[in-house]
Design a protein around this ligand. Structure first.
Ligand code: NAD
Length: 444
């Protein structure tokens, strides 16, 4: 039961979504004995069958392998799974409430169920992104229900969907927020094999690190998007500007890709939540408010560009939408810009032909497949067939590699709006495509 000299731990992960499942599978890969619990029986049945309910490269192989080795189990019975655990990791969702605050109902429910079942002296870590002070509240909530001793840890997660396994196995740092040396030691041991830096802090600072990190990354994106908007007007090329900036180590090259803005289940909700957290202590986070506003507006540049090309009137036009996921290599469509862009196109009387390599089903179920005005297509070229414009909203690599001659042969009008700067401009020169990207000179 030992691997790399580290004693195998019994770990229960509560909530088997993007974060819980990846963490659980990776803990098993590190040699620990892991039970992943989820309330959703369908999800659990899928996992027990060796399938993965989400699209995440490399995850299925690892999951199946560790299940076969007897180190990884899936269950919907939280009570049984918690008994005897050395470490209980809460990774349930914290979706936004209508006002922007994080909804802590799932966290509280999970904490109650854990309190009613736990025994021994487990470490209880919250991996979900939660407002500052939540770990302490959860600690109180558990203490009210049980005399069983336990140690609390804030263990924020920084994985990116699409590269979640690699991010978890090769993290930049592990943040451990705790006031318990025993818990700190256990979590250092758990992650020892990863060879990464540890940042050990008090609980509140760890909770804040997560929000501050996401808010900072969102700020970089909105910043470069505003630079891109200015580049379009002054005739500069934002990709060269970003390269020139990014080579400065103080700035760094990542998150300087101009486009139609961020989406997904984290940045939109975590920025809103941090604005709320600040508001609760009478602090107006002006910078972050602007970041959110810029991001919200940026996606509509696609519509504005279409209007410029078609003289302001879009009604009756047919537009192909390439990409529905909020970013490539994931099937996650939560807060994807495509939702609002398609909604706006439909409201203007456009016929939308949509395609995504992986996220079609998720998008249809969220967007409402009953809406007859969207034609769901089986390939990028099928979506483009007969269209007056193709709008690229997610930079799946297959889109940038499109054979432009074949594309030209199927479209009605050669118009390409590239919301992610996925196309090589040089390849478009010499064609008759009208090409608008973000922050780069357009070809008309
Ligand atoms: P998710 O919605 O994919 O998964 C949450 C899972 O928890 C669901 O499967 C749900 O059925 C389950 N669940 C809810 N209550 C439960 C309970 N009482 N017992 C058992 N299972 C329960 O969410 P996610 O994307 O994995 O995010 C989880 C948390 O991690 C959030 O706070 C999120 O902000 C944070 N986070 C997410 C990412 C990401 O890229 N998705 C990255 C870093 C942090």
């Amino acid at each position: 039961n030992k691997r790399s000299g580290v004693e195998a731990m019994k770990i229960t992960v509560v909530g088997t979504g993007y974060v819980g499942l990846v963490s659980g599978v990776c803990y098993a890969e590190l040699g620990h004995s892991v039970i992943c619990v989820d309330k959703d029986p369908l999800k659990v049945a899928t996992l027990q069958n060796g399938e993965i309910p989400i699209y995440e490269p490399g995850l299925q192989e690892l999951s199946v392998r560790n299940a076969e080795l007897g180190r990884l189990r899936f269950t919907s019975s939280l009570g049984d799974s918690v008994k005897g655990a050395d470490l209980i990791v809460i990774a349930v969702g914290t979706p936004p409430l209508p006002g922007g605050q994080a909804n802590l109902a799932y966290i509280e429910l999970a904490a109650q169920e854990i309190a009613d079942a736990m025994e021994g002296r487990p470490v209880v870590a919250i991996k979900s992104t939660v407002p500052v002070g939540t770990n302490e509240k959860v600690r109180e909530l558990i203490r009210e229900r049980t005399d069983c001793p336990f140690d609390s840890v804030s263990l924020p997660e920084f994985l990116r969907e699409g590269s979640a396994v690699s991010d978890t196995m090769h993290p930049d740092r592990i943040v451990i927020g705790t006031d318990s040396p025993r818990a700190e030691a256990l979590l250092r041991e758990l992650h020892a094999g990863l060879g990464c830096a540890f940042v050990v802090t008090d609980i509140r600072s760890a909770e804040m690190i997560k929000y501050a990190s996401n808010a900072f990354l969102a700020t970089k994106i909105s910043f470069i998007n505003e630079i891109a908007n200015i580049c379009e007007k002054v005739g500069a090329d934002v990709t060269r500007v970003a390269e020139g900036m990014g080579r400065d180590k103080r700035i760094g090259a990542s998150f300087l890709k101009a486009g139609i803005g961020y989406g997904g289940s984290c940045f939109p909700k975590d920025t809103q939540a941090l604005i709320q957290i600040a508001g609760h202590v009478d602090y107006e986070f002006k910078l972050l408010r602007s970041v959110v506003e810029v991001n919200q507006d940026q996606r509509f540049n696609v519509i504005r560009k279409l209007e410029t090309i078609f003289g302001g009137e879009l009604s009756g036009r047919t537009v192909a939408v390439w990409g529905l996921a909020f970013k490539p290599d994931t099937d996650d469509v939560r807060e994807a810009p495509a939702q609002e862009i398609i909604g706006e196109l439909l409201a203007r009387g456009v016929e939308v032909r949509a395609y995504d390599p992986i996220a079609m089903d998720n998008f249809r179920s969220q967007f409402g497949s009953g809406d007859g005005s969207v034609v769901w297509c089986g390939s990028a070229l099928e979506a483009a067939a007969g269209s007056d414009a193709v709008c690229l909203l997610t930079e799946w690599s297959e889109f940038g590699e499109t054979d432009l001659q074949r594309l030209r042969a199927v479209v009605r009008e050669p118009v390409l709006i590239d919301g992610r700067n996925a196309f090589d401009e040089a390849a478009l020169q010499g064609t008759d495509f009208i090409y608008y990207s973000v922050g780069r000179p357009s070809l008309a």
